[in-house]
Design a protein around this ligand. Sequence first.
Ligand SMILES: C[S@@+](CC[C@H](N)C(=O)[O-])C[C@H]1O[C@@H](n2cnc3c(N)ncnc32)[C@H](O)[C@@H]1O
Length: 265
Amino acid sequence: MSNENKTIHDFDFSLICDFFSNMERQGPGSPDVTLKALSFIDNLTETSLIADIGCGTGGQTMTLAKHVHGKITALDLFPDFIDILNRNAEHLGVQNRVKGIVASMINELPFEEESLDLIWSEGAIYNIGFERGLKEWRKYLKTGGYIAVSESSWFTDERPTEINDFWVDAYSEIDTIPNQIAKIHKAGYLPVATFVFPETCWTENYFAPKLTATKIFLNSHTGNKMAEELAASQSHEEVLYRKYKEFYGYTFFIAKKVERNSFNN
Ligand SMILES: C[S@@+](CC[C@H](N)C(=O)[O-])C[C@H]1O[C@@H](n2cnc3c(N)ncnc32)[C@H](O)[C@@H]1O
């Protein structure tokens, strides 16, 4: 495998964490897109319990905190991301209702069953897998509670081999939007809204800050081959996006938990 074709899975956690700690977000997105997704959710009050799964340093968590009054538990595997998130919550003065914790989404989550009003997860459900995450997280939601997840999607049924192969290697569960909506339905939710991220979520809100983060990262890892390869793989992702953006992107899916017995399984 050439260095630039390595995916994020080929690098060690501490390097990845160091690279992305210098960014407000660790994936494509924006406050506008977070708020648009939030606009489809109508059941939140001061007593609502919200989980933000795979929160990273909490870019979207802080946007949510500014616009909802419930209690947010944000979880991520990387302790450094959670430290940044908790510091940002303090700066924003919301530390009494926004708490970052270190936990893995792959394990049992630290929530009571049927306790959550909302599960939020931007650009992170791929770590457990779209279908598995939808199925396993459902039990933590109250009936009528919402899930809002963003996920990579194919925009066409067929695409050039180069980008197809890249994604099959990076995340083979990427799928077309109609198939993803069908999976949401099958997992026991009523799909409420679906929208595709605007390109600026990639270019302005993700790639531009990533360029600055890359400079800081390479300066602090001079001569480290693995660090150079990680930076190269990240810029390769941008090259691929600019070349093939008509074939894939990120989609926000908002859905509501409905009773199981209205479904076949
Ligand atoms: C692409 S980033 C998205 C971060 C943030 N939600 C955003 O949109 O900026 C994916 C996040 O998932 C986290 N992650 C990866 N594996 C995880 C796991 N098993 N449990 C919890 N978080 C995990 C990573 O640490 C990273 O912060």
